[in-house]
Design a protein around this ligand. Structure first.
Ligand SMILES: [Zn+2]
Length: 299
């Protein structure tokens, strides 16, 4: 779940708890620098995000929910500084990290990934990586997996956990849904696992708008992490729109309930009633329901 506010994170953990499911909470650069977290400062944003998520996930209500924190779509001149902080800890650390490769050549992608491994080596901390390639540019050729994953695995073995090739999806809400290729997922999952000599999971970007059957087919083919952002934002913003439209008279200063209607809790509690069921449905579609216990057992 790409969650962009404390209220959204709370709703995601609430949905996971209701499903007895593990959940990955991820944040992109626009959340770290956004108003709810860093207000322009990505390191401050990371610090606040991780502090809040850690406090929430260790609280009595959510301590049984397995939570991973992933940094997603970090790019630009600050990428190495931000990801270095995520790896070393501020003071809490990210579970998995990824670079946005959309503006990088393959050589630059490999070089930056290897530098992240060196940062983890120097700090003597664990690091699990998601490597991506040309997500919005159609289906990635298998040879790209050989080049990218092969180079990283050869110089820094056992750091790779996830591979995000292009499989026909695109970020946003306007893509051609029929372009999604579960066959490409299956081929890339097999090839990536052969290259690394252990199971590598496929991360599916651009999942907004995919049908339930597409999502199930993706999971069956080897998808283990599904990034969900655009559709999620739409559900939350439309719910907020509905709240303000239906509570307009309570927001008059003469109304006896104006204060509770005006508080952040008013709109966020309303959004939650729309959003949590949608996340629960998503978890169920992807097969996450009931898997928290198994995750704890494996640990
Ligand atoms: Zn993405």
């Amino acid at each position: 779940m790409n969650a962009d506010s404390q209220a959204a994170v709370t709703d995601c953990l609430e949905a996971a708890r209701a499903c007895d499911a593990p959940i990955i909470i991820e944040t992109s650069l626009w959340q770290l620098t956004g108003h709810s977290y860093g207000n322009g400062d990505p390191i401050l944003g990371l610090t606040r995000y991780l502090a809040d998520l850690t406090a929430l996930s260790k609280s009595d209500r959510y301590r049984t929910v397995p939570v991973l924190f992933h940094t997603d779509h970090i790019k630009g001149p600050d990428a190495l500084r931000i990801l270095s902080a995520a790896i070393r800890g501020v003071p809490y650390r990210a579970s998995t990290v990824s670079l946005d490769s959309s503006e990088l050549s393959e050589e630059e992608n490999i070089d930056l990934i290897c530098r992240l491994c060196e940062i983890a080596d120097d700090a003597e901390v664990p690091l699990s990586l998601e490597v991506e390639a040309g997500i919005d540019a159609g289906v990635t050729e298998l040879a790209a997996a050989d080049r990218l994953l092969g180079a990283v695995e050869a110089s820094h073995p056992n750091r790779l956990a996830l591979w995000a090739p292009g499989v026909g999806t695109q970020h946003g809400l306007s893509m051609r849904r029929d372009a999604f290729s579960p066959a490409a997922v299956e081929q890339h999952q097999r090839r990536a696992s052969e290259i690394c000599g252990r199971p590598i999971g496929i991360a599916l970007h651009g999942s907004s708008g995919l049908s339930e059957s597409d999502l199930r087919a993706g999971v069956a083919a080897g998808v283990v992490k599904v990034n969900w952002s655009s559709e999620s934002l739409l559900i939350r913003s439309r719910a907020a729109q509905e709240y303000y439209a239906t509570h307009a008279c309570e927001l008059e200063k003469t109304h006896p309930n104006w204060k509770s209607a005006a508080m952040d809790n008013g709109v966020q509690s309303f959004v939650s009633t729309r959003y949590v069921p949608a996340v629960i449905h998503r978890i169920q579609t992807l097969g996450g329901e009931g898997q928290a216990a198994e995750w704890h057992d494996r640990r």
